[in-house]
Write a protein that binds this ligand. Structure first.
Ligand code: SF4
Ligand code: SF4
Length: 379
């Protein structure tokens, strides 16, 4: 019988340092010890979700307490060569973490934050969707990566969890370009799977103590899910996240393609869920820790002819729109739009909110992701 993918589920309803620390320590023990995953002499990059500068309690970024207590644990276990970085959606690592508390923890545990300085083209002939990536020089210099992801909703992929967190490995503006190269949810998901298979993070730890529901990943609402999840299989981890929020995991493109392309499994019969009190079934996990009211897109996607027709006619497509009452005309959405001649722009002057040209829009939702005022929604 094939070995199951192990996902550690840690019930945790507080960001208090000692509670988070204790849970992370238990989680690593349940995985068989961090020493089995990463060698002491290796250089390790910690990769939190640092989408953009935002107040910590808005659940936009991986909580500082999770990042800080994991850093402490690694230091206490004797890991010397640790650093932290993300290719943030808006701003550099040091700018985004400034004042969040992550900066304070890094200082305390002597861990440098890296602002990526250069992108290097790497070829990946084995890739199914992506044959090359532009990755930061500083990332390529490390022996391994540990992903510290956040449990959030996402307009394009329904959720952003373990697999999607790896998009922050792509260097700078090449992230925006990636949306034009892989404009559909499926092609983007396949590229993400290739990326995970290229970089191969050794471990994924998900902060789901307070998740984000609704208009994620940047403008949703905090929703306590009271768990942390850990796994070396990012698809299995995301599948547990989906099950907990009553979303069919197969409907998430990164899960569907992740399983097909051999990154991991979303199938419950192939996942072993381990808690500090022992192994439980997916049904038990959902019954004990799930939330059927979590606001996430559970609609069944159209497929085949109907989808192609809807796309061709540009109807029944999800699209972003701006709430003029909330918009402060900052222009971040315009800057974030990867379409060369801008699908959203100040077509009626800077004194009015930007206006969409839906014929140009590729529905990547970067504008919605980066709007600092929650002014962009998807309908
Ligand atoms: S990013 Fe948001 S607030 Fe800024 S101009 Fe665009 S819609 Fe308005
Ligand atoms: S307008 Fe928004 S959703 Fe459309 S292509 Fe530009 S960033 Fe993407």
């Amino acid at each position: 019988m094939n070995k199951k993918s192990k996902v550690i589920l840690l019930p945790c309803s507080s960001y208090r340092e000692e509670i988070v620390y204790e849970n992370l320590e238990i989680g690593l023990e349940l995985l068989g010890g961090i020493e089995k995953i990463v060698k002491k002499e290796e250089s390790i990059l910690l990769k939190p979700n640092l989408l953009k500068k935002a107040e910590v309690d808005k659940a936009v970024i991986t909580h500082p307490s999770v990042v800080g207590m994991f850093a402490r644990l690694m230091r206490e276990k004797g890991y010397q060569d640790l650093s932290l970085a993300d290719s943030c959606g808006n701003g550099t690592t040091t700018r985004v973490i400034h004042g969040t508390g992550i900066d304070r923890y890094l200082e305390k545990y002597g861990i440098p934050a890296i602002d990526y300085s250069k992108g290097i083209r790497v070829e990946y002939p084995e890739g199914i969707q992506a044959k090359e990536f532009i990755l930061p020089k500083e990332l390529l210099e490390k022996d391994c990566v540990i992903s510290l992801c956040k449990m959030k909703t996402h307009a394009l992929e329904r959720i952003t969890g373990a697999v999607k967190n790896s998009y922050g490995f792509v260097y700078g503006f090449h992230k925006a370009k990636g949306h034009t190269l892989y404009p559909s949810a499926d092609s983007f998901a396949r590229m993400l799977v290739d990326l995970n298979q290229y970089v191969k993070p050794r471990l994924y730890i998900m902060d789901g103590i307070v998740a984000m529901e609704g208009n994620g990943p940047g403008s949703g609402d905090p929703a306590p899910m009271n768990v942390m999840l850990m796994s070396q299989d990012p698809v299995a981890l995301d599948s547990v996240f989906c099950n907990l929020v009553h979303l069919n995991p197969e409907m998430v493109p990164t899960n569907y393609h992740g399983e097909k392309m051999g990154l991991g499994t979303w199938k419950k019969e192939e996942i072993e869920i381990v808690t500090p009190d022992g192994t439980i079934t997916m049904e038990d996990a959902v019954a004990q820790y799930g939330n059927p009211y979590f606001d996430v897109d559970r609609r069944v996607a159209r497929s085949g002819m109907w989808e192609r027709l809807a796309k061709a006619l540009n109807i029944f497509q999800k699209k972003p729109y701006i709430d003029p009452e909330r918009c402060i005309r900052c222009g971040i959405c315009v800057k974030s739009c990867p379409v060369p001649d801008k699908a959203v722009d100040f077509r009626k002057g800077r004194e009015n909110p930007p206006v969409y040209d839906y014929k140009k829009c590729i529905r990547c939702f970067c504008c919605q992701e980066m709007c600092p005022e929650k002014a962009i929604k998807v309908k």
